[in-house]
Design a protein around this ligand. Structure first.
Ligand code: PLP
Length: 403
C-alpha cells in the first residue's frame, strides 16, 4: 500500500523520517493538528517580513477577544504554557519585583484552589510558576456528590492566589458557575483549562460568560492553529500581568511602552520573566491569528459530516470482516469509533501492528488495557482513508490470529 506522495512525505524522506497516519486526533506527541492552507500561507508570509512581536500580540489580543468575548488575550507556546502564565499573573499582579522573584513565591499569595477530581498531569504547568495546589472534594462517593460548597470555602486562605477549574465533565466537581461565584465572593480570580474545549466558538465564549477570569486554550487542537500555540483570554489586568512576564524585555526604558493599556506611569519594564521560556515567534502568531479568523467562516456541520463518514466507512469495513471477538462501537459525539477486543491483549497487539507496518498508523491507545482502541478521524486526510482502512483490517487480522 503506497500513499499518494505529497510535499510533507518528500520533506520527511529527505530528513530520513517516516510519516504516519494520525488517527489519534490532536495529540501533541504526534504533532498537533493538520493546518488549513490559509494558516500555512500566513506562517510562510510572516516568516519573510518583520513586525514587532508586541504589536502582533496586541492584534492577536483583539482577535482572541472577538473569539472568546474576553477583554484581552495573549499567545504562548500552548495551553499548558498559558496555565503557567495564568498562575504567574495571579500571584504577581503588576508587581515587577514579584515577577522578578518567581518561581520563588516567598511573601506572595501562592495557593491555587482545585477540585481533587481536577488534578491531572497538565497541572504541572501551574506548579512550574511556583504555585502550590490546595485540593478539596473527593474523587467518588456513594451519594454521587464528591464536592460541596463548604469544602471549597474551607480551602481558601490568606495565601490563595487563584482557583483552577478543568473544562472536562466530572461528577465529582461543583458546576462551573457555582465554583466561580464562590471564588469571586472572596475576590479570587478563576483560571480555566479549556484546552479540550471544541469549536464552534460559542463553547469558548461560555467560559467567559460564566465568570472565568483567565481561560487557557490550545491553538493546535480544534482551533486549527500551529501545535506550538495556545492563548490566554480574560481580564485585561491579568492578561497584562501575564504578557509582561512573557515579553522579551530587552528594551531601554526611554523607548518602552507598557503593553495592553498599562499604567502610563510604568516607565520601567520588567526584566525577562518566568514566561520568557514560553515564547512564540511571528510565524506561530501569524498561524494562530489566521486560524482564529478562519474559525468565523468554517462549516462545522460539514466538518462533522466528513468525520462521521470516515468513521462509518471504517466501522462497516471492520464489521464486514467478522473478526472473532471484535466489535465496533460508534461515538457520535466524538465522531470516532472504538474497536473493542474480547481478549484485551489483542488491542495492544493491533496497536503495535498499526505502528510498525507501512504506512504507520497511530490511534488513541489510552484504553488498550481495557481491550479498546479509539480511532479518531479529525486529522485524517481524504487521501489517507483507504490506507487507514487497509492497515486497520490487516492489523486486526494479524493480532486476532495470534494465540
Ligand atoms: C491538550 C491539553 C492541554 C495542553 O495543551 P497544549 O496546547 O498542548 O499545551 C492541557 N490541558 C488539557 C486538559 C488538554 O487536553
Amino acid at each position: 500500500m503506497t500513499m499518494k506522495s505529497n510535499a510533507g512525505d518528500e520533506f520527511f524522506a529527505t530528513m530520513g523520517l517516516r510519516p504516519i497516519i494520525n488517527a489519534a486526533s490532536h495529540a501533541s506527541r504526534l504533532g498537533g493538528t493538520r493546518l488549513a492552507q490559509p494558516v500555512v500561507d500566513a506562517m510562510v508570509a510572516a516568516s519573510q517580513t518583520f513586525v514587532p512581536i508586541a504589536e502582533m500580540q496586541a492584534r492577536a489580543s483583539e482577535l482572541i477577544a472577538e473569539f472568546t468575548g474576553a477583554e484581552a488575550g495573549c499567545v504562548a507556546s500552548g495551553a499548558d504554557a498559558c496555565l503557567t502564565l495564568a498562575a504567574a499573573a495571579c500571584m504577581t499582579g503588576d508587581s515587577r519585583a514579584a515577577m522578578d522573584q518567581l518561581p520563588d513565591t516567598t511573601g506572595l499569595p501562592n495557593e491555587i484552589v482545585v477540585h481533587r477530581a481536577h488534578r491531572m498531569a497538565f497541572d504541572h504547568a501551574l506548579r512550574l510558576a511556583g504555585a502550590r495546589l490546595v485540593e478539596f472534594g473527593y474523587l467518588t462517593t456513594s451519594s454521587g456528590v464528591g464536592a460541596y460548597r463548604w469544602q471549597m470555602e474551607a480551602a481558601f486562605s490568606e495565601k490563595t492566589a487563584a482557583s483552577f477549574y478543568v473544562g472536562l465533565k466530572s461528577d465529582s466537581a461543583l458546576d462551573f458557575k457555582t465554583f466561580a461565584e464562590i471564588s469571586h465572593s472572596r475576590g479570587i480570580p478563576v483560571i480555566v483549562d479549556a484546552a479540550p474545549t471544541q469549536v464552534p466558538p460559542e463553547n469558548f465564549r461560555r467560559w467567559i460568560e460564566l465568570g472565568a477570569d483567565l481561560v487557557a486554550c490550545a491553538g493546535g487542537k480544534f482551533i486549527g492553529g500551529p501545535a506550538a500555540t495556545g492563548f490566554l483570554a480574560g481580564r485585561r489586568d491579568l492578561v497584562r500581568a501575564a504578557a509582561l512576564q512573557q515579553q522579551d524585555a530587552f528594551i531601554h526604558p526611554a523607548v518602552y511602552t507598557e503593553p495592553f493599556g498599562g499604567d502610563e506611569g510604568a516607565s520601567e519594564p520588567p526584566h525577562q520573566g518566568i514566561g520568557r521560556v514560553l515564547k512564540v515567534g511571528r510565524e506561530e502568531l501569524a498561524g494562530l491569528m489566521a486560524a482564529l479568523r478562519l474559525c468565523a467562516s468554517r462549516d462545522y456541520a460539514e466538518e462533522r459530516r466528513q468525520r462521521i463518514a470516515i468513521s462509518e466507512r471504517l466501522s462497516q469495513a471492520i464489521n464486514a470482516r467478522r473478526f472473532p471477538g471484535v466489535t465496533v462501537q460508534s461515538d457520535d459525539l466524538a465522531n470516532s469509533i472504538t474497536i473493542v477486543f474480547e481478549d484485551a491483549r489483542h488491542a495492544a497487539q493491533t496497536v503495535r501492528e498499526l505502528q510498525e507496518g507501512a504506512p504507520r498508523v497511530f490511534v488513541l491507545n489510552a484504553r488498550i488495557g481495557l481491550g479498546e482502541i479509539l480511532v479518531l478521524p479529525h486529522c485524517v486526510s481524504a487521501a489517507e482513508i483507504a490506507a487507514l482502512e487497509a492497515r486497520l483490517l490487516a492489523s486486526i487480522e494479524v493480532a486476532t490470529a495470534a494465540r
